[in-house]
Design a protein around this ligand. Structure first.
Ligand code: ATP
Length: 463
């Protein structure tokens, strides 16, 4: 049969040579180990043959109490890239040795069996960890691809992996925020929404309502209006992407870029910058640009910021009006606005901002809910896509508030304005809200101490 046997291939010769080299290296390594000064751990006159494993007394220790050899102590140089492999190999060897020992001993040594089991468990744990890491890397890759692709193409793909909410953040679930927003919230470490956020977000985000929110300073009002803005922009972006997919090139108009979607007014520069920073933290990973426009900023910087055509602008009335009245293109196309926000409205009417504020508000196209100007809006929106034409939401936030009981009725009949003469200006939150186009079905969230106190008094009175 020798004649029939296949000729030795050059590959198998190579393998044999490689094995030979490996064996020689292994022998050299063993010689190195042999040359070390080892302490005998097995005494010649020890009656217990297994004491070398566990020690003859409690204090003795034994093979199992030997520490792992550190290569540095013994001048053994292990190549870095090979270190991992070697460690794995030696662990495998150890385990094999122990398995053999156990087999030979017929499982007498409970301790060894236990340790082998532990090693197995440890390995399983490590495997699981590696799998988790891999998963994490995958998620990271998906996240990166969302950012790179302007957040439009892969958002749905992202949703598949991102809908799981960690248990410690479960209080956010009922607010049904976009997974990308939830990611930002995890990053911020906000375990639960504050009361004003809990009350305002569903009304603004899921019911599309206008909101008047009143709560004390530091109660989280910025995100109470900031998250609904981001939520709507994300939802529209997804819808637009879907339409693009379905209708192709023709639907380009559904996903226009670089138009102003939210204008947020604050009474002071400091507050505008603070709000900008806070919103940027949320908007960072969703590719929504938030820019401050405030007095004191250099013209060059401002031009540069506006050239980027941000979707969200946070500004003070003075500087904003200066630019608007000067015809700054990004600030005059207000028919694209989906949100008009007044933050710290109570201070806005206090600080004498109302003249410029009134001028800005007068530039806003009328909302379909307001009494006047429905035809004006239709005219203004001739060039705007149906997605952006969806009603503009007015969000008014304040630390203090005093609304009349029939505020909604007044909004419905447009009677606030008629009572307040234009000479007085917009000197009340009611007048300001109506002028800004607030719709009568506005959600009113009053969490100020005054209203809570009043409710309590009422309750105790009823009791
Ligand atoms: N859900 C949350 N959990 C924990 N901290 C939060 C949460 N939301 C907001 N914050 C933090 O609370 C602080 C106050 O929030 P924010 O500035 O929005 O309050 P505010 O009511 O707008 O205050 P001001 O009246 O001064 O504008 C901020 O540092 C913010 O990061």
């Amino acid at each position: 049969m020798a004649a029939n046997s296949p000729p030795l291939s050059s590959e198998s010769t190579k393998k044999k040579k490689a094995n030979k080299i490996k064996r020689t290296q292994h022998d050299q390594e063993l010689e190195k180990f042999d040359s070390l000064k080892w302490n005998p751990s097995l005494s010649a006159d020890d009656p217990d043959p297994f004491s070398f494993l566990v020690g003859s007394s409690e204090l003795d220790g034994g093979f199992l109490s030997l520490e792992e050899i550190d290569e540095a102590d013994y001048m053994l140089q292990i190549p870095k890239s090979e270190k991992g492999k070697l460690e794995k190999k030696s662990k495998l060897k150890k385990q094999k040795q122990k398995d053999t020992d156990e087999d030979l001993d017929g499982g007498v040594e409970d301790g060894i069996g236990h340790i082998v089991e532990e090693e197995k468990n440890e390995k399983n744990k490590q495997k699981k960890k590696k799998k988790k890491k891999k998963k994490g890397k995958k998620a990271k890759k998906t996240e990166e691809s969302v950012n790179v692709s302007n957040g439009q193409d892969n958002v749905e793909e992202e949703l598949v992996d991102e809908t799981e909410v960690p248990p410690e953040y479960s209080a956010w679930i009922e607010l049904r925020l976009h997974p990308l927003l939830m990611k930002s919230i995890y990053k911020l470490g906000f375990k639960e929404p504050t009361p004003v956020q809990k009350a305002c977000i569903p009304a603004a985000s899921h019911q599309g309502k206008d909101v008047i929110g009143a709560a004390e300073t530091g109660s989280g009002k910025t995100l109470a209006f900031g998250l609904p803005i981001m939520q709507r922009l994300l939802e529209e972006r997804e819808k637009a992407a879907k339409m693009l997919e379905e209708k192709g090139e023709e639907a380009e108009k559904y996903a226009p870029k670089g138009i102003l979607r939210a204008l947020i007014l604050t009474p002071t520069r400091e507050l505008a910058l603070q709000v900008t920073d806070h919103l940027k933290e949320v908007a960072k990973d969703i590719n929504v640009r938030v820019v401050p426009i405030v007095g004191g900023m250099s013209t060059e910087k401002q031009e540069r910021l506006l050239k980027a055509r941000p979707e969200v602008i946070v500004g003070t009335p003075g500087r904003l009006w200066e630019l608007m009245s000067g015809g700054e293109p990004h600030l005059v196309e207000l028919h694209t606005l989906s949100f008009f926000v007044l933050d710290e409205a109570d201070r806005m009417i206090e600080n004498g901002h109302f003249r410029e504020l009134q001028s800005i508000i007068d530039m806003l196209p009328m909302t379909s809910g307001s009494v006047e100007g429905q035809s004006q809006q239709t005219q203004n929106c001739m060039t705007v896509s149906s997605l952006q034409r969806k009603k503009r939401q007015t969000l008014v936030f304040s630390a203090t508030i005093a609304l009349s009981a029939d505020f909604r009725k007044k909004l419905k009949h447009g009677s606030i304005k008629s009572k307040q003469s234009s000479i007085d200006g917009l000197n009340s939150i009611e007048a300001l809200s109506e002028r800004a186009g607030m719709r009568p079905n506005v959600a009113i969230v009053d969490l100020t101490n005054a209203s809570i106190l009043a409710n309590k008094l009422e309750e105790s009175f009823i009791e």
